[in-house]
Structure formats: structure tokens, C-alpha cells
Write a protein that binds this ligand. Structure first.
Ligand code: SF4
Length: 455
């Protein structure tokens, strides 16, 4: 069977889901063509002769881009079986089926994808329209296969790590676990995993990293939603990794609650090559943190910043800067906290412009106040639209986004972009002159990925 695996976008990483799918489908005897539209164009000939065309939808942006490509692919190959897999496939099932998608797979998708390939190869029965044989969401405890990256573009074509001293490191990407044991209301993982997570076996992760190191990686991003969901898995893994590759660096994502609970492991991260830890702080307003059910407070965040300074690790906080509950004073307070904690160099400028996204299946919709404020689902934006009750906030968000995008295009330093955002926020609050910023000695830039994290 000829299979085309398509990724549209995964934050500048070589797509893990496509590489994992390729390994499982090759084991079924399929002939695979991998296409990453983030770095290459769609080869019409491969699509034309494919019996199965599979789209990887790990994030909102990827899904929006894929919706256009699905229409294009349907025209090139009207008879091929279309499948979408990844976090955003099951929650957008209705929309995807209207585009002509036959099968959607979420969660631990690999066994379902292999079963689909077997069924189609054997000329097995076709499901009724709108139905399918394979489970839409599987949370099976799979024995993973080592991802097959041989058909994907070279790692040097993806996001790299920009070191503080100006050096650039080729970055690889892997996942040591999927899902999350928490249930934050705004998180897209919750509707699929419902508070559960699954680990990828240590030997599979290590072999995947070995192959990426052989392909030139000098840094690995662990894409686990939370690396400390299972510290008993994560810590021995990074210890083994460091023993085998003492010069390899890595980064992970860990929630504030876990950084405090497992503070004893922070020196281990530092000593095994962890360059930075991304943490979804989201807000410094405890009311918003409660609405999100983040299970941390403003004080917890401040404690973590101090802890990181003590240990000598770099924290890279992310925020949902604009929510229906963010006031003008609240936004100014967020900027002030970032300034007071000396985190301007630590925050990717796009974070100042992030607006709450309410995708299909969001647990925020369980809240009557959220139901009251959103409009009908928008098929183009793939989310429920909302407007702030204070129109200044929507105008401020648009202005901040434009300023940040312009600053990034001009390669302006983070301090400069922060200063512009600071001025915009003070203007929105009615001050003609923003207080001048207490910048002293320029801070050394911290390491970061060239493609910042967002949804
Ligand atoms: S926001 Fe983070 S901690 Fe919360 S459910 Fe999502 S991945 Fe887990």
C-alpha cells in the first residue's frame, strides 16, 4: 500500500508523530512518503498514487493549515482514504469529516493507524459514512517503536537553539511521554487524555535520540506536555542520556506545581545538560489561575523563580496574556512582575501577545460564564470567538501582537520589544508617559529555541 504522511507545522520541530507513524506503517509493509509542509512543498505525484493519505494534527496552527491542504489533496486524489491523527483530530472530528476525512485517531494513535493500514490493504470492509472501525481516542499502553526519521528533511532545516554566546545548535525533538495527569481547563490535552499520561519506553526514547545525534543534533527538546508527570521515568532517562552524551543539552516543559513538588530534582536537570525549562505560568492573577484550574498561585511562581536562581537553571515562562478576565491594570501588573523578577530576557516576546484560545472540546466551556461570553464555533479560526467586555483590551492585544511581530522581523532585542509593549500598555491605561524602565547593565541573553512555544 502507498501511504503519504503529511505534517503541516510543529513549532519548527522535525515532526515526531510522522516519524513514529512511519515506523509503524513500514512494519505493516506500507511504502511511505513523508512530507513536512513546514519546510517543503506538496508533491502532487505521490499524493495521486497514494491509497492512504494521513495528516498529523498535533496543534491548533497545524490543523488550520491542514484544512486547506486536505481540500487540495481531495482534488488531486478523490479516491484515497484520508486519515487525521494527533491531539487536534478527535476534537475537530465534525469539521474534518465535512472536509472529507474518513478516519480520525487521537491519543495513542499508532496501533489504530497500523490497524487501518492492514484493513485497507486487505480490502476490508468500509465503515459507514461518519463512522470508523478504529478507536477515535485510544489510551492503550503501547509498546512503542523507534520513530523512523529517514524520510523526513534534515534536522538542520528545523528550529535551532540560540545559545547565549551567539552559537547555534542543531536541535532534535522527541517525546518521553504523552498526555498529562492534570486537568487544567484551558489545556487542549485534557479533552483527549482526561487526566492520564502514557510513557514511551526508555530504550525507545534513547535510541531515537541516538539516531538524531548521529544526524547532527546537539540539543534535544523533550516535547512531553509535562516532563515531571512521571519523574521516576524522566530522571533515570536524563541520567542515562547524560552518561552516553555528556555534551548534549536538552530542554523540557514542567508545570510550576511540579517544579516546587520535585524541587530536589532541579540540580539533577542542571547537572545532566538541561539548558532551560519552559513552564506554562499563564497568569500572575490568582483569579485567572483559579479559572484555569492551574493549581499554582502567583506566590508559587515567584518561589520557583527564586529556586531556579539558587540552583542555577534557566526558567522560560509562558503566559496567556489576554483572557476575558485580564484587565488593563492586570496586564500592566504582569509586565511589572516580569520586570521585577528580572525575567525580560527569559520571556519570548510573543508571550506578551498570546490571547486565550477556546478550541472545540475545551473544558473552559463547562463554565457557565464562558458559555455566556463565546460566540458560535468559527470553522475558519477553529475556535470559539470571544471579545473582551472592555474594548481597550482587544485593541491593546492587536497592537501588542503587531509590535511584537514587527520587532521579531527586525531582530530587535527582547528588552527593546518589552519596552514598546510597556509603552503600549501604559497608553491603553491612560498614561501619557510610561514610567522609564530601570534597565541597568545589559543582561546576558539566555539560550532559547529559534521558534518560540505557543499553541
Ligand atoms: S496545562 Fe500543562 S499541566 Fe495543565 S493539563 Fe495541560 S499539560 Fe497538563
Amino acid at each position: 500500500m502507498n501511504v503519504v504522511l503529511i505534517s503541516t507545522y510543529e513549532l519548527g520541530h522535525q515532526p515526531f508523530g510522522v516519524a513514529s507513524a512511519a515506523a509503524w506503517l513500514k512494519a505493516e509493509g506500507a511504502r511511505i512518503t513523508c512530507i513536512d509542509l513546514a519546510v517543503e512543498s506538496l508533491p502532487g505525484s505521490a499524493v495521486e498514487r497514494a491509497e492512504l493519505i494521513v495528516f498529523y494534527l498535533p496543534m491548533h496552527t497545524a490543523t488550520r493549515i491542514a484544512s486547506e491542504t486536505i481540500r487540495q489533496v481531495r482534488k488531486i486524489n478523490p479516491a484515497g482514504h484520508l486519515c487525521c491523527f494527533g491531539l487536534y483530530a478527535p476534537v475537530n472530528e465534525g469539521f474534518l469529516r465535512r472536509l472529507g476525512v474518513d478516519t480520525v485517531l487521537g491519543g495513542e494513535f499508532e496501533e489504530g493507524l497500523a490497524a487501518l493500514c492492514r484493513r485497507l490493504s486487505a480490502g476490508g470492509p468500509h465503515a459507514a459514512e461518519g463512522d470508523q472501525y478504529e478507536p477515535r481516542i485510544s489510551l492503550a499502553k503501547q509498546q512503542f517503536r523507534v520513530p523512523d526519521r529517514s524520510g523526513l528533511p534534515d534536522l538542520s532545516r528545523y528550529a535551532f537553539v540560540q545559545m547565549g554566546d551567539g552559537e547555534r545548535r542543531v536541535a532534535g525533538y522527541t517525546e518521553a511521554s504523552r498526555g498529562c495527569k492534570h486537568t487544567c481547563r484551558h489545556c487542549p490535552i485534557v479533552p483527549v487524555y482526561g487526566g492520564r499520561f502514557r510513557i514511551v519506553q526508555r530504550e525507545v526514547v534513547l535510541e531515537d535520540i541516538r539516531r538524531q545525534v548521529a544526524a547532527g543534533a546537539r540539543h534535544i527538546t523533550f516535547g512531553d506536555p509535562d516532563f515531571f508527570n512521571g519523574p521516576g521515568h524522566a530522571i533515570p532517562l536524563v541520567e542515562a542520556l547524560h552518561k552516553e552524551f555528556p555534551d548534549l543539552t536538552y530542554d523540557v516543559t514542567i508545570k510550576i506545581e511540579h517544579l516546587l513538588k520535585y524541587a530536589r530534582y532541579l540540580p539533577v536537570l542542571r547537572d545532566t545538560g538541561c539548558l532551560f525549562v519552559t513552564s506554562a505560568v499563564e497568569a500572575v492573577d490568582d483569579t485567572i489561575l483559579t479559572i484555569f484550574d492551574k493549581r499554582h498561585t502567583r506566590t508559587d511562581f515567584i518561589r520557583v523563580v527564586a529556586l531556579f536562581r539558587e540552583v542555577g537553571l534557566t526558567l522560560s515562562p509562558t503566559f496567556v496574556a489576554f483572557t476575558p478576565w485580564t484587565t488593563c491594570q492586570g496586564y500592566l501588573d504582569l509586565l511589572q512582575v516580569i520586570l521585577d523578577l528580572d525575567l525580560v530576557e527569559h520571556v519570548a516576546p510573543i508571550q506578551y501577545a498570546i490571547r486565550l484560545l477556546i478550541p472545540a472540546g475545551s473544558k473552559l466551556l463547562d463554565l457557565p460564564e464562558v458559555q455566556a461570553l463565546v460566540g458560535p464555533f468559527d470553522d475558519m479560526a477553529l475556535s470559539y470567538p470571544w471579545q473582551h467586555s472592555d474594548p481597550r483590551m482587544d485593541r491593546l492585544q492587536a497592537a501588542v501582537l503587531q509590535t511584537v511581530q514587527r520587532g521579531l522581523a527586525r531582530h530587535e532585542p527582547r528588552q527593546t520589544i518589552f519596552q514598546r509593549v510597556w509603552q503600549l500598555a501604559h497608553q491603553a491605561a491612560g498614561s501619557e508617559h510610561a514610567p522609564s524602565l530601570p534597565y541597568g547593565v545589559p543582561r546576558a541573553p539566555i539560550p532559547y529555541l529559534s521558534e518560540p512555544w505557543y499553541c
